[in-house]
Design a protein around this ligand. Sequence first.
Ligand SMILES: [Zn+2]
Length: 284
Amino acid sequence: MPLADPRPILAAARSGRYGVGAFNTTLLEHGEALVAGAEAAGAPLIMQVSENAVRYHGGLRPIALATLALAEAATVPVVVHLDHAEDVDLVHQAVDLGFTSVMYDGSKLPDEENRATTRRVVEHCHANGVAVEAELGEVGGKDGVHAPGVRTDPQDARRFCADTGVDSLAVAVGTSHAMASRDAVVDLDLVAAIAEAVPVPLVLHGSSGVDDATLSTVVTRGMTKVNIATHLNKVFTRAVRERLDADPKVMDARKYVAPARDAMAAEVERLLGVLGARGTAARQ
Ligand SMILES: [Zn+2]
């Protein structure tokens, strides 16, 4: 199926009060697992390549082409998204390669500069049919929306959307990145207040730190795109470790990566159910 535009997918989820899973891919097998899990759940999928993953691979093009090929071969709608790009040149590369979505992260910049740069990124992306996610910075300190104590102010979020024209907004409601345990306390009333105040779908970063019950609830309160990376990495790596422990003589990488890919696919399918997304691909 052709690469999907995230805007109608997120709009449908926002009005239907379910979540869209946005999961990171660093390895080819991650991407295969994400697509397999989304197909099993019958749900749309957002596959994310982060600026960190680009740095790991030494360039965007190889991981991008692999991810785009997986998306186009999928039987459910798949968006390929550049995650947390601080480098505007990298955003332009992603647009040129055919990504349908990018996150420009100017949260480390002074607030006015973040708004102005985000506005320019939006103009370039929209001219090329690409959707933009962004985040407010400075509101609660240098870690932007990702420090656990930081909270997004609903009216400031509303102004940020008006100033920049973004298609979705990452907000600070109690989560932080790369949490190893799922014990974040999400401010659900704030989620509802921001969802009421802003005209675009909201994005939860750091959702690996959120338990199943809260994930199910937060999407009913107005959160739409749910980013999960660390949790799936844990599932993948645990399966690799179990396989290697069980057979110390194994040499063929496929012998220990394939069970990890299967375990990750099963967890993706399960998480999409938790987000209420099962079967929603048919609504696109
Ligand atoms: Zn993030």
